[in-house]
Design a protein around this ligand. Structure first.
Ligand code: ATP
Ligand code: MG
Length: 482
């Protein structure tokens, strides 16, 4: 087979290539845009140890993929395509092995290039059919937190908070990216097409997928997969990760158990959901009934708490019906007799429902929002609540925030180290001249490396006493053992 003379950037359109000799099949293209992508790469990473795939193997892969895909579609229904059983996997592996052997025999007699790496090709075919295709090696790498596809040949990953271009993970074309997304979201009752060009879904392994195609993007199918690597299941487990000090973890645990309303604030990817999961895990009493409300289910409290129900929102269908809004879910949650509710993230009018719920018998509720400081978080909460149809005045909403929110835990992401850490625990004390007032109970010490107790008597101590939650304050400000 003629090897393409030079890899093309392929940023401007469809891939070009030669048809493998002796076989009918789709057009093939240059296997990799590696060298060019490397040259352009703004975030060049370490070389990947996996060997490059030969053009002959890429050509064989395209032909065999189309062939095996048809067969697999007959063998498995949609549900098992997304979550194959062990026996399905075995059948498909046998099928792939047979087809690869038959291709190899055919190539030998027709004097066309043999497959250079049959086991590698079998693995890629299997991944392409039942797993995440070219992205599967990135999914399997436990150090990788996030996968980003901007273009069939622009795949990035984030590990330890750092982004890099993975130049040997490539798709044939945009259609292959779209097909992968459709196969993943289809069995979950979600779609990606002209009338529904953006989709959010939670994959069976807990990862969160977002994809968008034109007209929501200008040209390519853009995919972002946040792998759900739950770094910790409890506040205690966050301590060795350097997220917070042991003393602060004990304080937050006692505050949660005492029924304190807590907002976790931080920028994108700073670990808010993970922290809420850890805070929620401290509500272990069988007396408690927790209802969680999320856009896409990420929390995993159902597995650790005795009484927990998880609700999830849904986008509308093409006819514009079937939408389940976060606000509807919060209202529904209140009819489920919860003792507390957790809203994964407040982004709009549901902030009002949450504040009202926290204020009326569901103390100890939790939520997150995007903000850069506790004060920003409190202002933003009032602003989001003003987006509700009820149209309450700014003044009354600020009052509601001041009366309802008790603690704000502020997270920060440190790009240099990839560390997510709590930088402040702020307690709301009231309202003065229309401004929410409060104290920073825990703050980063002047050296900037530890979260320390500032020695202010917290108001939530009274709640801890009232609920007989055992907690002893750290002895003095800045105590190194706190
Ligand atoms: N305390 C932590 N230490 C190390 N890694 C963490 C920590 N918390 C979260 N992570 C990792 O950071 C990534 C983002 O975490 P998470 O989803 O909790 O953040 P988030 O602030 O809720 O993000 P978003 O703004 O997208 O909702 C995940 O890969 C997660 O495993
Ligand atoms: Mg989150």
């Amino acid at each position: 087979m003629a090897r393409p003379s030079a890899p093309q950037p392929a940023l401007n359109g469809d891939l070009q290539g030669a048809k493998p000799p002796g076989m009918a099949g789709p057009q093939t293209g240059p296997a990799r845009a590696g060298a060019l992508a490397r040259a352009e790469a703004p975030f060049a990473g370490p070389p990947d140890p996996s060997p490059p795939v030969s053009p002959a193997d890429r050509a064989a892969e395209r032909i065999l993929r189309a062939d095996v895909r048809g067969e697999v579609g007959r063998l498995l229904d949609e549900r098992h395509l997304l979550k194959p059983r062990p026996e399905d996997e075995t059948r498909i592996r046998i099928l792939i092995r047979e087809r690869v052997s038959s291709y190899q025999r055919n190539a030998a007699v027709t004097n066309t290039p043999l497959i250079h790496d049959p086991p590698g090709l079998e693995r890629r075919l299997f991944d392409g059919l039942l797993r995440l295709g070219p992205l599967q090696p990135l999914m399997d790498d436990s150090a990788i937190e996030e996968i980003i596809v901007n273009h069939p040949r622009r795949v990035f990953c984030i590990a330890g908070g750092r982004k890099r271009l993975v130049d040997d993970v490539v798709f044939d074309d945009d259609e292959e990216v779209r097909q992968l997304v459709k196969r993943l979201v289809g069995p979950l009752g979600r779609r990606l097409d002209d009338s529904s060009p953006m989709v959010d879904a939670r994959l069976p392994d807990g990862s969160r997928l977002n994809a968008a195609i034109p007209p929501a993007t200008t040209r390519w199918c853009a995919v972002t997969i946040r792998k759900f690597i739950l770094r910790a299941h409890s506040l205690e487990q966050l301590v060795p990760l350097g997220t917070l000090s042991e003393g602060a973890a004990h304080f937050l645990e006692a505050a949660v158990q005492a029924g304190t309303n807590i907002i976790v604030s931080g920028p994108t990817g700073s670990g808010k959901t993970t922290l809420v999961n850890c805070l929620g895990a401290a509500i272990a009493s069988p007396e408690e009934r927790l209802v969680t409300v999320e856009e896409t289910a990420e929390l995993s409290l159902e597995h650790v708490l005795p009484d927990c129900v998880a609700l999830q929102a849904r986008a509308g269908n093409v006819e514009g019906t079937g939408e389940i809004r976060i606000r509807d879910l919060v209202r529904n949650a209140l009819r489920m007799r919860p003792t507390r509710i957790v809203i994964g993230e407040v982004r709009g009018g549901e902030a009002l429902d949450m504040l009202l719920a926290m204020n009326t018998g569901h103390e100890g509720s939790l939520s997150t929002l995007h903000a850069n400081s506790p004060r920003d978080a409190l202002d933003r909460l009032a602003l989001l609540a003003s987006m509700a149809e009820e149209r309450l005045t700014g003044e009354s909403l600020t009052k509601l925030v001041a009366r309802t929110v008790e603690l704000v835990v502020q997270l920060r992401f440190e790009p240099r180290t990839g560390r997510r850490r709590v930088v402040s625990i702020f307690e709301v004390t009231g309202l003065e001249s229309g401004v929410v007032t409060g104290n920073e109970l825990w703050a980063v010490d002047p050296a900037g490396d530890r979260l320390v107790w500032r020695g202010i008597q917290p108001r939530c101590l009274a709640k801890m006493d009232a609920r007989a939650v055992p907690y002893v304050l750290p002895p003095s400000p800045g105590d190194r053992s706190a």
